[in-house]
Design a protein around this ligand. Sequence first.
Ligand code: G3H
Ligand code: ZN
Length: 276
Amino acid sequence: PLISTAELVRSARSDGRGVGAFNVITLEHAEAIVAGAEAAGAPVICQISENAVRFHRGSLGPLASATAAVAEAARVPVGLHLDHVTDEALLRRAGDFGFGSAMYDASALPHDENVAATRAAADWAHTQGLWLEAELGEIGGKDGVHAPGVRTDPDEARAFVAATGVDALAVAVGSSHAMTTRTAKLDHELIARLAQAVPVPLVLHGSTGVPDDELRRAAMGGMTKINIGTALNIAFTEAIRDFIAEDTHTVDPRAYLATARTRMAEAVEHLLRVLG
Ligand code: G3H
Ligand code: ZN
């Protein structure tokens, strides 16, 4: 069934584990994420990013409605989250389609503007009963430029949460978006200090680049929402590449989409087991 992100994150946090939040680009992603979560017997969050909306020619509705329908039919709890929103008009749609939460990403703005914009976004979200995530300390890689050295300062993080009223905070602790090798090294000492200093759950972005043992340690050390995107696309695309290399005559996309979806579901299942 479809469950609020707030509820999923609250129970993960009280159990001291992470909840996987996977990015949906196509219907097959939503189906694979739910299949993987069912196989692992774990709750999961499906998230649709502003970039994915852009890919669907600026329309949120078709993918969001389909993902919500897949979530409702799931045998495990599934949350629906709107990810990396910079566009105010898109944020205002977070109350539609069954989303329980959104990430408002003003991390590229100067600090004071990030605070003001995030405060306004959180105030609005709370009038709609939505859970709002924000980011402090820009986690690189979205534009292809990796900046694994960026760090979020614990005192600044505490002040940011107090000033904005956000429900969760994405922090820079050594990961970077869109890595295709699992070579990121997380700053576990900083994670411990952030978990002490910040009263709300912490979110790890760019988790694809983080090796399994580091991911598990981060989840147990206080990173509660674990965002994973690229890992699914690696599994999906590699499966299609393998299929097409072997088979030069099939034209029905269902043939290769089915194997790609299965490989993506296996990746989700594995990662959810790592998170505990
Ligand atoms: O918000 C989404 C995540 O941060 C995904 O990052 O594609 O590097 O796993 P990733
Ligand atoms: Zn992210």
